[in-house]
Design a protein around this ligand. Structure first.
Ligand code: AKG
Ligand code: FE2
Length: 336
């Protein structure tokens, strides 16, 4: 096994990103990341470039934010529509689904589950005119906004490095992918899943986040050590495998736009959060869980077509070119 290849977890490869970042072995690391994306749509990266103290700090801020009374959190209210995806969403407000666009069907799904058993806070770049940030009023939880923005831009560096790795993996010219991501139409999300009875999670009476694929280019995911994230087994559609937390790592997964541009060479794999496996508790409760996803999207205005090398006469393009914004907004609109 190559020294940067640290093992695997449910067929998701665990890769040391350092040899790519320091230039000592760019090609092989890039190919290994691409291979994991092709096989499972997911990869674990260690030495990814986000310092551990910054990750710990962001989780601390997230805990501090969600520990506020709900009236305080609602001072930064997520608008009632999904397409302005910023601010605080209370428990049950969002109901993530997979390609359900009919409003009646959406209503039925929501009535069944009561919405996702999670609360969240979303933010993006400060100068976004389409989805302006929604912060707590000044003086409430001072430092929170700065911490979110600091982490937002740190994650931005990492997604650009991963896009550079995919350029190498696909033998594209340098800058081919990053040039579609210059506007930073990205989103940082803080998630808190409260403690719930394990039996209700197992019976699907309570849903933490239901099965969905992500919409954009790539997602980074930082999770605590509780577990429960599951990904659909590409070899057995409909059955799921745990994406167990790996200490010191972050999870990276490809979104629908990346799958489209790669003509489905890369998978955008359906995932969900359920009861963690083998959890033993005396009180029958699944502990609360915190996670921090970072969604990277292509420039909302730029139209992206299938990447060179991913199509041929024998394997024609499966998708029309689409702008990141068009696809993203269509999916976002269904969640609220
Ligand atoms: O909380 C997690 O581990 C996953 C969250 C997720 O999939 C999402 O927000 O899109
Ligand atoms: Fe997701």
């Amino acid at each position: 096994m190559a020294s940067f290849h640290l093992g695997s977890q449910s067929d998701i490869q665990i890769i040391d990103f350092k040899p790519f970042l320091d230039g000592s072995n760019k090609t092989e690391v890039a190919k290994a990341i691409l291979d994991s994306f092709k096989e499972t749509g997911f990869v674990y990266l260690v030495n990814h470039g986000v310092p551990q103290n910054k990750i710990d700090g962001m989780f601390e801020w997230s805990k501090r934010f969600f520990a506020q009374p709900v009236e305080t959190k609602k001072l930064a209210p997520h608008p009632p529509i999904g397409t302005h995806h910023r601010g605080y969403s209370h428990i049950g407000m969002e109901s993530v689904s997979q390609h359900v666009y009919d409003p009646n069907e959406q209503k039925k799904l929501r009535a069944k589950s009561g919405g996702d058993m999670k609360e969240s806070f979303e933010c993006g770049r400060e100068d976004d005119k389409i989805q302006p940030n929604i912060w707590l009023p000044e003086g409430v939880l001072p430092g929170f906004q700065e911490a979110c923005l600091d982490f937002f831009w740190l994650c931005r560096e990492v997604v650009m490095d991963i896009l550079r790795a995919l350029e190498v993996g696909f033998d594209l010219t340098e800058g081919y992918l990053t040039k579609f991501h210059t506007q930073t139409d990205n989103q940082l999300r803080l998630l808190h899943y409260p403690s719930v009875p394990t039996e209700s999670l197992e019976k699907d009476e309570i849903v933490r986040i239901s099965a969905h694929s992500d919409y954009g280019s790539i997602t980074l995911l930082f999770q605590d050590d509780i577990g429960g994230l599951e990904i659909e087994d590409p070899k057995k559609p409909g059955s799921f495998k745990p994406a167990t937390p790996v200490p010191g790592s972050m999870i990276v997964n490809a979104g629908d736009c990346m799958a489209r541009w790669s003509n489905d060479i890369i998978r955008s794999t359906v995932h969900r959060v359920r009861a963690p496996p083998n959890l033993q508790t005396k009180d029958g409760m699944t502990p609360e869980r915190y996670s921090i996803p970072y969604f990277c999207s292509s420039n909302f205005d730029d139209v992206v077509d299938c990447l060179p090398g991913t199509f041929s006469d024998e394997k024609p393009k499966k998708y029309e070119p689409i702008s990141g914004g068009e696809y993203f907004m269509k999916r976002l609109a269904t969640a609220y």
